[in-house]
Design a protein around this ligand. Sequence first.
Ligand code: ZN
Ligand code: ZN
Length: 262
Amino acid sequence: MWLDSHCHLSADAFAEDREEVIARAVAAGVEAFVAIGSGYGIAENERALALAASEPRVVATVGVHPHEADALDDAGRARIESWLGAGSVVAVGECGLDYHYMHSPREAQREALAWQLSLARERDLPVSIHVRGDEPDAFGELLDLWRAEGRGALRGVLHCYTGTLPFARRAIEEGLWVSFSGILTFKRDRGLRDVARGLPLERLLVETDAPLLAPEGFRGGRNEPARLPVVGETLARVHGLPVEEVARATADNARALFRMPS
Ligand SMILES: [Zn+2]
Ligand SMILES: [Zn+2]
């Protein structure tokens, strides 16, 4: 059984058929879902909370995506702090730095991330991290902020990982897990499968990031959590392990990180 450690199940893309999407995923062997609250405006975090309250297989995260970092104000901070108290919330995020698209100014992204990291430390919650961009170096800045705000007490996951092997190894030493999405399955994977091969299975998670990032064979269309096994089967092949073992390990890893009961 699989666990989708990062999907946007409350997105509008699933407004028409959300129940069928969840049912298809369950039929495909996906037993639980981490619904990411951020990415659609701060107010929309509430939709992930509502979904988690009504769906026993779904837990939620709450946060501010780097794309919307410049929209974070005192009212937004207060709302996020109060939502974090809900029982179905397992993590802060997704938050991070995206210097590839730079939809928010760099300084606003850094401030929003620093605030969320300190909040996660205060609340003893893990963090779902989005990091992208080489110029300036989002990965290096992320680890600097992680150390400064976390003071060794933070844990979290680099979601949809596309960075290098040395960086992933450093991140793991600093209390992070690494999650792979459909990008791992792309014909032109830019060396990502070699990165996955070089990392220990006990620190790896899998995700769909649905409705984005449909895996090879489904590219261009809406992605959904039922495709998670395609990602996991690729990871199993890369590690030369039985698919069932990778399913169990990645689900156990996610449950441990997010402190989800089995
Ligand atoms: Zn992301
Ligand atoms: Zn996402």
